[in-house]
Design a protein around this ligand. Structure first.
Ligand code: 5GP
Length: 130
């Protein structure tokens, strides 16, 4: 059965899309730990990130690099943090999180955004992605 993220890539489940390349996809996390929390995924459905083949692994991190620059440009922060957990969704993904301090990388803390706020943010990030 396709993962929830494969369904997002296929357009079967909606998302707030940020960026897309031939092999990678980025969208806003639906339950963000801070405003600007983005997930970067390979389109290929592989559960464990360290099981990706070398070219796709490198491509995913190069893609996340580009997305992180857009996050830094749009979301005021000291740095963009990166984390890989993957315990909830069995489809490899990199979390990008704009940080003011270490506490912003707290996966037990969440912020609420309205659909309009998600949508505006995704548009801003998409425009800033190069
Ligand atoms: P992890 O697998 O790294 O522990 O966490 C999975 C992340 O995916 C969580 O931050 C969660 O909020 C996010 N997530 C789970 N389901 C969906 C979904 O359907 N849409 C979006 N945009 N994010 C999701």
């Amino acid at each position: 059965m396709a993962s929830i993220f494969s369904k997002i890539v296929a357009g079967e489940i909606p998302c707030y899309k940020v960026a897309e390349t031939d092999n990678c996809f980025a969208f806003l996390d639906i339950n963000p730990v801070v405003r600007g929390h983005v997930l970067c995924i390979p389109k290929q459905e592989v559960d464990y990130i360290f099981d990706l083949d070398d070219p796709l692994y490198d491509e995913l991190f190069a893609f996340a690099h580009r997305v992180a620059r857009a996050v830094k440009q749009v979301c005021p922060c000291r740095k963009v943090g990166m984390a890989v957990l993957g315990l909830e969704v069995p489809h490899a993904h990199v979390h990008l999180i704009p940080m003011q301090n270490e506490g912003d990388m707290n996966f037990h803390h969440h912020v609420q955004l309205t659909p309009d706020e998600f949508s505006t943010l995704a548009d801003q990030l998409a425009k800033a992605f190069q």
